[in-house]
Design a protein around this ligand. Structure first.
Ligand code: PMT
Length: 406
């Protein structure tokens, strides 16, 4: 578990997105963290302390001075104790009001007081209506916080609770979880100055303008690799098939749809790259004659239709044949005889490493937040890793790639 033993302070301020913190607390706990929730008074109007306390298995703190006199004498210094206890504090959602308080050092509620006493990193996830977010005061406060080294997670754009459209939405709990996991990882710079090319997601092979042959890849594994490599100092280009994921900060992204488009993009990028990691679930076959118009049901005689398919280019194999100094990492998605097939891929495609995963295994493969992989290196090393978040798998892969670049 990626956050095992980590102490997280979660400060919740009063916006509609506070409801998402119930899922976030659950995800942090699942990832092994101990979570202490602190809420502003306004936040308790959106989600109850009972809900977050039950999920975090710790009493939620809302008041600087709890009601009973006995409690008050023992608890009023809790902000200092917790500030020393924490490995990180995340304020999510961070409203315009709470951001302003943090930026200007106010200490008029428990959350803001706690922030002032922190010795650990502080992260904030702003969430509010679009005009409040764009307001010069809010933007100025965010600039102040960034200048002070506070980590800021950009809000997502879309339809907001008010019905207005624009930036201001709190990212989904899994996105916040991965972001925090990344902040907790010891910062390494072993890929500084290196160019890393990552492919991710599925490819869609058109049958007609509205139908395609595809697979269940969500892109999460590849996006985790792109994010991890960027944090380690690499200049990352991510070639992605059709997925619904935000681009990790600092990553250059090229979107493609088909295997042939992905092959073209890899061909263009490959000569100038130092590392290629092929996480994409590239379709092996595509329809030979995609129809120009939607195929009508009545146009098919009888109850069956036949789709003629042809092999797509094997992108990784041709990169292996062209490789000069590049480090090449492939994935192997196998449901039986995994080690055997992975070894074959390693040799046949001239890879430096291959990452074996089995989509039928619990917590592995398509769409999951975690993966269970075995990493086979060209020098014969084999490591079977336990179930871990895709970000942690990405770090494990990069731990093995970085020494090959020296
Ligand atoms: O995206 P997620 O939902 O997070 O899921 C992650 C994943 C399951 C897709 C990922 O972990 C994974 O296993 N990716 C590889 C899937 C795959 O296509 O495996 P393969 O064994 O069929 O292919 C072997 C390697 O050749 C892969 O690196 C693949 O990218 C590459 N390949 C495959 C076919 C092709 N025409 N060209 C290729 O380059």
């Amino acid at each position: 578990m990626s956050l095992t033993g980590k102490h997280i302070l979660l400060g919740v301020s009063g916006g509609i997105a506070a409801y998402k913190t119930a899922f976030l607390v659950r995800d942090f706990v699942k990832a092994g963290a101990e979570v202490q929730v602190v809420m502003t008074d306004a936040a308790t109007h959106f989600v109850t302390p009972l809900t977050l306390g039950t999920l975090s298995r710790r009493e939620v703190i809302t008041d600087m001075f709890p009601r009973g006199a006995a409690e008050a004498t023992t608890h009023w210094t809790a902000h200092i104790d917790l500030a020393l206890w924490a490995d990180i504090m995340l304020v999510a959602p961070a409203t315009a009001n709470t951001l302003a308080k943090i930026a200007y050092g106010f200490a008029d509620n428990f959350l803001a007081t706690l922030v002032l006493a922190l010795r650990c990193p502080l992260a904030v996830a702003p969430s509010m209506d679009v005009d409040m977010y764009r307001n010069a005061a809010t933007q100025h406060n965010l600039t102040l916080l960034r200048e002070r080294g506070v980590h800021v997670l950009e809000p997502e754009s879309g339809e907001l609770a008010s019905g207005l459209v624009g930036p201001g939405r709190l990212p989904e709990p899994e996105t916040i979880l991965h972001w925090v996991e990344g902040l907790m990882v010891e910062t390494r710079t072993d890929l500084l100055g290196k160019k890393v090319l990552v492919t991710a997601g599925p490819t869609h092979e058109p049958i007609d303008p509205v139908r395609y042959v595809g697979n269940r890849s969500s892109g999460k594994m590849g996006f985790a690799l792109a994010a991890a490599a960027t944090r380690r100092g690499a200049e990352v280009t991510l070639i992605s098939g059709p997925v619904h994921l935000p681009t990790p900060p600092g990553v250059r992204r090229r979107d493609v749809a088909t295997a042939r488009e992905m092959a073209g993009a890899v061909d263009e990028e490959f000569p100038s790259t130092d590392v290629l990691i092929m996480t994409a679930a590239v379709a092996d076959f595509s329809p030979v004659h995609p129809a120009g118009d939607k195929i009508k049901r009545d146009a098919v005689v009888g109850d069956r239709m036949t789709l003629e398919m042809e092999k797509n280019p094997d992108i990784l194999r041709s990169a292996g044949e062209r490789k000069a100094r590049q480090v090449l990492v492939g994935f192997a998605l196998e449901t039986s005889n995994g080690l055997h097939h992975a070894r074959q891929k390693l040799a046949a495609k001239h890879l430096d490493a291959v990452v074996l995963n089995d989509p039928t295994e619990d917590g592995a493969g398509f769409g999951t937040e975690t993966n269970v992989v075995t990493i086979l290196m060209a020098d014969g090393r084999i490591d079977r890793l336990p179930q871990m978040s895709k970000l942690a798998v990405a770090e494990e892969i990069l731990n093995r790639v970085a020494p090959l670049l020296r």
